[in-house]
Design a protein around this ligand. Structure first.
Ligand SMILES: NC(=O)c1ccc[n+]([C@@H]2O[C@H](COP(=O)([O-])OP(=O)(O)OC[C@H]3O[C@@H](n4cnc5c(N)ncnc54)[C@H](OP(=O)(O)O)[C@@H]3O)[C@@H](O)[C@H]2O)c1
Length: 349
């Protein structure tokens, strides 16, 4: 049952989708591609490979003397990534929007790993003012940045706007992380070799960048907006990587697997609550398993010079055709900068 749902909508996280959305997904997917049978085979292969994601990152790297920022680290994949990194020493900064959840996660991870350099700093990626405040504080108080993990995400929410008037999913998942990355870039460069890991999703494969209506003002579909934001994540990694050539800073994007987390919090149909939530822990990856590909990209010494790649299951994979389009990556970069500048005219980037 679950395999059918996932395969039809073409999105791992969408396995708990309801029938109406499922119909939309089928129609949207079908209309987007000329060769439907080829696309169906591609979807099936992708779905089969998604369910086989079980590799564990086994590297023993130590992080003493290094500093990591991980966004959205109070729960889910981000929290388990932070826990693993904290066990390796180093200064692990949990960048979270909720004071209570952030402080609870900090305390739990610090106690569990015996690392007193697990730090919580407030960051709301749906507010440019909050991102600027976080970055100012970080740049003034921290001496280095070795690993930036852009992990936080929001999926399939009803139409909502960020504090700066952007659609919530592209605003948080793409714009928020884009601005954050630019504002801490000097520290990454000064600490090189350093790494950026961007959490995308296999859902990027079904996304398109709507350059005429990036902000979904003309029409809004909660899943299309998520898919667009995750495609934007891969394109961001691609263009950023081109711009960072020769600096010693690498950037790669990740699909973490289909993971049992709070990501589906906005999908609260009766079917979801009664049937799929109880099943989820048996069929989906645990958050700890979901952290493995991020850890692989953040730590594996073999990836020191690898950039602009897309990873899943601790292996390099081929991102979708649209996610490898260099022209779209440049166009998205320019549009993103223009929109940020229109909201924050004085921000140097
Ligand atoms: N789970 C999956 O199957 C799956 C599959 C593919 C990709 N991913 C990607 O993996 C990443 C982690 O997701 P997850 O599954 O661990 O989801 P999750 O359990 O919902 O965790 C998401 C985290 O992001 C934070 N966040 C959301 N909006 C934020 C904002 N405006 N500012 C700061 N933090 C914010 C959340 O904070 P609060 O707790 O305060 O809300 C939470 O800490 C996401 O980028 C997601 O797209 C997940």
């Amino acid at each position: 049952m679950i395999r059918v749902l996932v395969s039809s909508t073409g999105c791992g996280e969408v396995c708990v989708n309801n029938a109406r959305r499922l119909g939309h997904g089928i129609l949207a997917t079908c209309s987007a591609f000329k060769n439907k049978s080829e696309e169906a085979a591609r979807n099936q292969n992708l779905v089969t490979s998604l369910f086989k994601m079980v590799r564990k990152y086994t590297g023993q790297e130590i992080l003493s003397g290094k500093t990591v920022i991980i966004t959205g680290a109070n729960t889910g994949i981000g929290k388990e990534t932070a826990r693993d990194l904290a066990r390796r020493g180093g200064r692990i900064i949990l960048a979270c929007r909720n004071l209570e959840k952030g402080e609870n996660a900090r305390r739990e991870i610090a106690e569990d790993t015996n690392n007193q350099e697990v730090i919580f700093k407030e960051l709301d990626l749906s507010s440019f003012a909050s991102i600027q405040k976080f970055a100012k504080d970080f740049n003034e108080t921290e001496s280095r940045l070795d690993i930036l993990i852009n992990n936080a995400g929001v999926m399939a929410c009803p139409k909502m706007l960020t504090q700066d008037g952007l659609e919530m999913q592209i605003g948080t998942n793409h714009f928020g992380h884009f601005l954050l990355t630019e504002l801490v870039m000097d520290k990454l460069k000064a600490s090189s070799p350093s790494r950026i890991v961007i959490l995308s999703s296999a859902a990027h494969s079904w996304g398109t960048i709507n350059f005429e209506d990036l902000n979904s003002e003309k029409s809004y579909s909660s899943f299309a907006a998520y898919q667009q934001s995750k495609l934007a994540n891969v394109l961001h990694a691609l263009e950023l990587s081109n711009r960072l050539k020769g600096t010693g800073v690498t950037v790669n994007s990740v699909h973490p697997g289909i993971v049992n987390t709070e990501l589906a919090r906005y999908m609260n149909s009766a079917c979801m609550k009664c049937l799929l939530v109880p099943l989820a822990k048996f069929v989906l990856l645990s958050p700890e398993q979901g952290a493995q590909t991020t850890l692989h990209c953040a730590l594996n010494p073999k990836l020191e010079n690898v950039s602009a790649k897309y990873f899943a299951d601790c292996r390099e994979k081929t991102a979708s055709c649209r996610a490898r389009n260099e022209e779209d990556a440049r166009r998205l970069w320019t549009l993103t900068e223009e929109i940020i500048h229109s909201k924050l005219p004085s921000t140097p980037m």
